[in-house]
Design a protein around this ligand. Sequence first.
Ligand code: FES
Ligand code: FES
Length: 173
Amino acid sequence: MRVELTVNGQQRSDEVEPRLLLVHYLREVCDLRAANVGCDTTSCGACTVLLDGASVKSCTVLTVQAAGQQVLTAEGLATGGELHPVQAAFRREHGLQCGFCTPGMVLAAVGLLAENPHPTERQVREGLEGNLCRCTGYHNIVRAVLAAADAANGTGTGSTGSRTGPDASGAGV
Ligand code: FES
Ligand code: FES
């Protein structure tokens, strides 16, 4: 069946199988490979994208369910050759190692900050609990999200701000 949607600002119209998952549509039809498939149990979040601004696991969404909506993948975050502020914060705060979880983690963070521009550390950890990272221990990821929030809010406290408390010890998100 034909599906019409917008991917990273580009209007698309494609013939797809009704059962085609959005993550496979993005990777195989759109040739956008940032959304990764890291599990088959809806648990890793590596496939996270934004759907009309809300983060979703694209392995749980049928392409046809995204009809008429705006999909944003990590490929669409940077503008004019400049990293998105959340991407820049991940780079600055060393919020990645192998990078497999990173596109999904960044998009989950973008969605989180859109909903809550002033999150506490605990809210960041809770907001990202659906995204797993096997490399970083989460500590730098949380610092990156808090730093991005501070930069957006003009508070400039960055990763050493007052919100980094006892549970900044690297415990899982
Ligand atoms: S691939 Fe793991 S949650 Fe989607
Ligand atoms: S950076 Fe390797 S899985 Fe997160």
